[in-house]
Design a protein around this ligand. Structure first.
Ligand SMILES: Cc1cc2nc3c(=O)[nH]c(=O)nc-3n(C[C@H](O)[C@H](O)[C@H](O)COP(=O)(O)O)c2cc1C
Length: 355
């Protein structure tokens, strides 16, 4: 882990100044009803908030917060090993940056350009030994505005591209480019069919069938990830259609009001996929290594972090993202040490207080 000169506190202070129109950089980013980003502001851009009442965003946070960890301390001393193997790559931890895009479109001019944002996420994650996933929004196209893939290319392919559920040919163009530049994997956020921004800017997005997923899988040599899974049947359909991984996600609560928290639905999805050769990722409300530990215990293989990575990138670019990732690793190590987990394989529901 390389050293940086800034502190995370300074990064967040800088983010607070730059994001003053969209995010207050609260200590607890919980999507609560009184938060600045939240509320029933129909017809206005989402900013950093959740859709509608904000219940889905808030439920992500609540679902994690209600789980309590059990301290377990009597054994030989050990230093936890957080290392994680993903598609033949070794990462320092099972924590990656979520596919987030379009920060410049609602943050005002002085926030960050989309190109700089993607560079910060991809290179900041790489510096911390982990992976930046990159998203897709109405300002993107595969020909000359594929900011995420451009950043991944400058990192020698070290990144994952998630395309919106556009038409099949449009998705395939992103996949082809990803393959050409040596990206690690590609995917589609199927829940992006509820995207406010795409609809508003006349960029059609669609529900996807198992046959569509099969066609996408057949179109590329890269592993395909299906993001936006909140139902066990959807999870099984995606994997049986050839996907290599699913992401249990409600898009940070941004696409449908009144969904449960992702930590609430994760165990049933993990059970439905048990025995299948598939990675299970999850995101939503993850802010610390303690949250990561909870998600891993509930059945995830890896965890994505959205809003905190945006704040880190806006606050201090590559260095900010690296610091945020280092913080997640340090807190995951602490969480593992205090609950008696030497490696990721030791993490299961027995670390919860009610077991
Ligand atoms: C501002 C913003 C933009 C997002 N853009 C995308 C995107 O382009 N593609 C995508 O798959 N998910 C997108 N997401 C969802 C994230 O990938 C992720 O699911 C979510 O942020 C996780 O919740 P968290 O922010 O509480 O960590 C976006 C989320 C936010 C907050």
């Amino acid at each position: 882990m390389s050293k940086t000169s800034l502190t995370l506190k300074e990064v967040r202070k800088s983010a607070k100044e730059k994001l003053k129109n969209v995010c207050m950089v609260y200590k607890d980013c919980d999507g609560g009803p009184t938060r600045f980003c939240q509320g029933q502001h129909y017809g206005r851009p989402l900013g950093f908030g959740g859709i509608g009442s904000g219940a889905s965003f808030h439920n992500n946070w609540l679902a994690l917060r209600k789980i309590k960890l059990k301290m377990k301390l009597i054994s030989e001393n050990f230093n936890p090993d957080t290392s994680f193997q993903l598609f033949e790559k070794k990462l320092t931890m099972p924590v990656m940056a979520a596919s987030v895009s379009g920060v410049n479109s609602f943050g005002g001019e002085n926030v960050i350009s989309e190109a700089d944002f993607c560079t910060a996420v991809v290179h900041g994650c790489k510096a911390a030994g982990t992976l930046g996933w990159r998203g897709d929004t109405y300002t993107y196209n595969a020909e000359n505005q594929s900011y995420g893939l451009n950043a991944i290319e400058t990192a020698d392919g070290w990144g994952i591209k998630i395309a919106k559920p556009r038409s099949q040919p449009e998705i395939m163009k992103f996949f082809e480019k990803a393959e050409r530049i040596g990206a690690i994997a590609v995917g589609v956020d199927t829940d992006g069919c509820g995207s406010y921004m795409m609809t508003k800017h006349n960029k059609p997005v669609f529900r996807k069938t198992p046959e569509d997923i099969k066609e996408l899988v057949a179109s590329t040599t890269l592993p395909v990830i299906i993001k936006g899974i909140m139902d066990k049947r959807d999870a099984v359909d995606a994997i049986e259609a050839g996907a290599s991984a699913v992401v249990v996600s409600n898009h940070g609560g941004r696409v449908l009001d009144h969904t449960p928290g992702t930590a609430d639905v994760l165990p049933s999805i993990a059970e439905a996929l048990s025995g299948k050769d598939a990675f299970i990722f999850v995101d939503g409300g993850v802010r610390t290594g303690y949250d990561v530990l909870k998600m891993l215990a509930l059945g995830a293989n890896g965890v994505l972090v959205g809003r905190d990575i945006v704040r880190a990138a806006v606050g201090a670019g590559i260095e900010g993202v690296q610091l945020q990732m280092n913080f997640l690793k340090q807190t995951l190590e602490k969480a593992m040490k205090m609950t008696g987990c030497t490696t990721l394989k030791d993490i299961n529901v027995n670390i919860f207080d009610n077991h």
